[in-house]
Write a protein that binds this ligand. Structure first.
Ligand SMILES: Nc1nc2c(ncn2[C@@H]2O[C@H](COP(=O)(O)OP(=O)(O)OP(=O)(O)O)[C@@H](O)[C@H]2O)c(=O)[nH]1
Ligand SMILES: [Zn+2]
Length: 251
């Protein structure tokens, strides 16, 4: 250890099992948290990404998107990958497309990581360890293989580590957890962490509108007009549901 920093931000999850509810800090003091998504094996996972983006926004951590395994993209995949890329780029998140195995986009990723502390997360098997190894071959992180049959990666990364990069930046490899917990967010504040929903929330008929089943909801109207992506609204509703469950008092 060369220096100890005061914690300025942190991203955590709640432990399951016997230590249920206990806070487990995944990353602290980062300049940006990147979600790695794969074009295939496993497929793009908007739900995971949206959950991470909300968790990051609630903790004041800027986020970014890495679309990896671009070498596996077929002609048929292109419209979906473009839609995914544009959806998040239009929200203002930096998006870098890469192939960790072929080397595409690694220069741009290296530039994005320069002189900053970057955390990498994302579903298991999307190529987080491979990307870090490709950026810094000396690190030699263990990588797991993805079963083509289930499209689920095996969880090989077990703890977060801070790796110095030769461009003066640092990268943290966080465990390939399946789902980020979004907590300490009140259900009625959730829409504020969706920059695309937020502009509409004050135009709903009911001031306590949850943008779910209520009539005259400006958010749902925006979804119907195509101004808000349907999948983003679906992610919002899924997170809302999990926040409501979390709020249920236990007896
Ligand atoms: N075709 C292709 N395969 C890749 C690419 N990046 C990673 N892989 C492969 O995908 C598999 C999983 O890669 P990992 O780097 O272990 O994935 P991870 O995200 O670190 O996985 P966890 O540690 O489980 O979270 C390995 O077999 C890699 O060789 C890529 O850009 N293209
Ligand atoms: Zn509404």
């Amino acid at each position: 250890i060369t220096e100890i920093h005061d914690r300025t931000n942190k991203l955590s999850r709640r432990a399951a099992g016997p230590r249920e509810g206990q806070e487990h800090i995944l990353v602290a003091n980062v300049d940006r948290i990147w979600s790695v998504q794969a074009v295939r094996l496993p497929a793009l996972n908007a739900r995971f990404l949206d959950r991470l983006l909300v968790a990051a926004a609630a903790c004041d951590i800027p986020a970014g998107l890495i679309i990896n395994k671009i070498d596996l993209m077929t002609e048929a995949d292109k419209p979906d990958v473009m839609d995914f890329h544009l959806r998040y780029a239009n929200l203002g998140y930096p998006v870098v497309t890469t192939s960790a195995t072929e080397g595409d986009g690694l220069d741009r990723l290296n530039d994005a990581f320069e002189e900053q502390i970057n955390a990498i997360t994302g579903p298991s098997g999307t190529g987080k360890s491979t990307l870090i190894n490709a950026l810094e071959p000396d690190l030699d992180l263990r990588t797991g293989r993805v079963s083509a049959k289930t499209e689920k990666g095996t969880h090989t990364t077990t703890h977060a580590e801070l790796h110095p990069l030769s461009n003066e930046g640092y990268v943290i490899d966080t465990p390939g957890i399946r789902e980020f917990g979004v907590h300490d967010v009140h259900p009625k504040d959730l829409a504020h962490y969706f920059p695309d929903l937020e502009p509409y929330v004050n135009a709903c008929q009911f001031p306590d509108c949850t943008h779910d089943h209520e009539p005259d909801c400006a958010v749902k109207a925006a979804v119907e007009r195509g101004d808000v992506h349907t999948e983003r609204h679906e992610s919002y509703l899924a997170i809302l549901e999990s926040l409501r469950e979390e709020q249920t008092p236990e007896y």
